[in-house]
Write a protein of this length. Structure first.
Length: 244
């Protein structure tokens, strides 16, 4: 599908030129961040396409990955570039852990073809690969429903960041994640407050299939942590309104 570049004001044009220059920086992290920012700016970054195409040849595979992501976001051609990013999930030697999944997350629901590959990453050796995969599944939302059993297993991960990203993903999937309700109720016992909060939120997002969680949530409604308490009470309000 053809796209039309948005007009850029003078300050944005200057910013884009600065970012184009940064794509050739000697520090890889500068190149990564420049490509990501160009992707965030979207179609107004069209003047950077030639420099991004050059970055695809970079000896640093992660720099090339972010260049491809930016090109896809600027041109709108997700279908052409997503398969290459999916392949990068398996490139454990050259691509920085978690970066491929992190890039895929930027496509949101348009990355639904990556779901089975992201589900496999939930058992990757490096925790950054695992939590980034869960985060990408969260960004895809309901279309990631086939990954629910894998996300349930991830709720038991030794890394707390993986656990709360898994809970977040299950909540993003919503009603179709009903299979996860018993595991999410168990996660309300987690020692990490973020896991507890995201598990409560997920139960509320799942809705009616999670009504069995109401007694456990009621027992926690006066928990000390105010942000966790807010998530629990919100979930209770949602589930109680769904009660027969």
């Amino acid at each position: 599908m053809a796209h039309t570049a948005e007009p850029a004001d003078a300050s944005t044009e200057g910013r884009i030129q600065t970012l184009i220059h940064a794509l050739a920086d000697s520090h890889v992290s500068v190149r990564w961040n420049a490509a990501r920012e160009l992707a965030r700016l979207g179609t107004v970054s069209e003047p950077a396409l030639s420099a991004l195409a050059e970055l695809l040849k970079d000896r640093d595979a992660t720099s090339a990955l972010w260049a491809r992501f930016a090109i896809a976001r600027i041109t709108g051609d997700t279908g052409k570039h997503l398969p290459v990013l999916i392949e990068a999930l398996a490139d454990k030697k050259r691509v920085w852990p978690g970066m491929a999944a992190f890039a895929i997350a930027g496509f949101g629901p348009d990355a639904r073809a990556a779901v089975p590959f992201l589900a496999r990453e939930l058992t990757a050796e490096h925790p950054d690969s695992r939590w980034s995969a869960a985060g990408a599944l969260a960004s895809i939302g309901p279309d990631a429903r086939c990954a629910v059993p894998d996300l349930v297993d991830a709720l038991q991960d030794v890394d707390e960041k993986v656990r709360w990203y898994a809970a977040w993903a299950l909540g993003s999937i919503g009603r179709d994640a009903g299979y996860a309700v018993p595991a999410l109720i168990e996660s309300l016992n987690d020692v990490d407050d973020d896991v507890l909060a995201y598990s409560a939120r997920a139960l509320g997002q799942i809705g009616a299939p999670a009504r069995i969680a109401i007694p456990r949530l009621q027992a926690l409604r006066d928990i000390d942590n105010p942000s966790v308490r807010a998530e629990i009470r919100t979930a209770l309000a949602i589930l109680s309104s769904n009660a027969p």
